[in-house]
Design a protein around this ligand. Structure first.
Ligand SMILES: C[S@@+](CC[C@H](N)C(=O)[O-])C[C@H]1O[C@@H](n2cnc3c(N)ncnc32)[C@H](O)[C@@H]1O
Length: 172
């Protein structure tokens, strides 16, 4: 669909090792790279136009989610030379986008998708120490603590929402 886009999949080393053989056979092998690491400890791939976290936030409580987001924000700041419109490092606009794809809890859960999200919340609680499905206000709070502001929230035809966010302080 977007033949000029290139991507990087950042994952734990054992997952990368497992998926690499089939990935190399797949349609995106020539314009994607696989990078193994730990998003709490390691530097994330730097200077991308967009960072996508799909079903990552819900595994974690706010403290850990904030740490992941702060790491993303640091990676955004490291845009390559020449991508700041000539403004220089001091007045550099961080024009990178964060996209979070996750379920979102609804106050009045009547749709089947919303009920599924409430159920997913129970699963997160039982599987992970601090993971939970967030309401919009929860996303807003943890994103702003990590230095992001929400640009818009897009519903999809599924239970997932796409939250578009950008660094709240444009000048690094
Ligand atoms: C719920 S899965 C979502 C996977 C995929 N994004 C998707 O939507 O299907 C969360 C992923 O986070 C990865 N993960 C967990 N801890 C991590 C860490 N410290 N560093 C990097 N990735 C991690 C797991 O290996 C897992 O694949």
């Amino acid at each position: 669909m977007h033949p000029k886009l290139n991507g990087v999949l950042f994952e734990r080393a054992h997952i990368i090792d497992e998926v690499r053989p089939s990935w190399l056979e797949g349609p995106f092998a020539n314009r994607t790279s696989l990078v193994s690491g730990n998003f709490f400890m390691d530097t994330l791939p730097r200077g991308a136009d967009a960072y996508l976290l799909k079903q990552v936030m819900h595994d974690w409580g706010d403290k850990e989610a904030r740490a992941i987001l702060e790491n993303v924000r640091r990676a955004m700041q490291d845009r390559p030379e020449g991508s700041d419109g000539g403004r220089g490092a001091r007045d550099r606009r961080i024009n990178s986008t964060l996209l979070i794809v996750d379920r979102m809890m609804q106050k009045h859960a009547t749709a089947v998708e919303s009920q599924g999200t409430a159920f997913a919340d129970l699963i997160m609680m039982s599987m992970f120490a601090s993971g939970y499905e967030r309401f919009a206000a929860d996303f807003d709070r943890v994103l702003s603590q990590a230095g992001f502001e929400i640009v818009r929230v897009l519903p999809t035809r599924s239970a997932f929402f796409i939250i578009e966010a950008r660094p709240a302080n444009f000048h690094s």
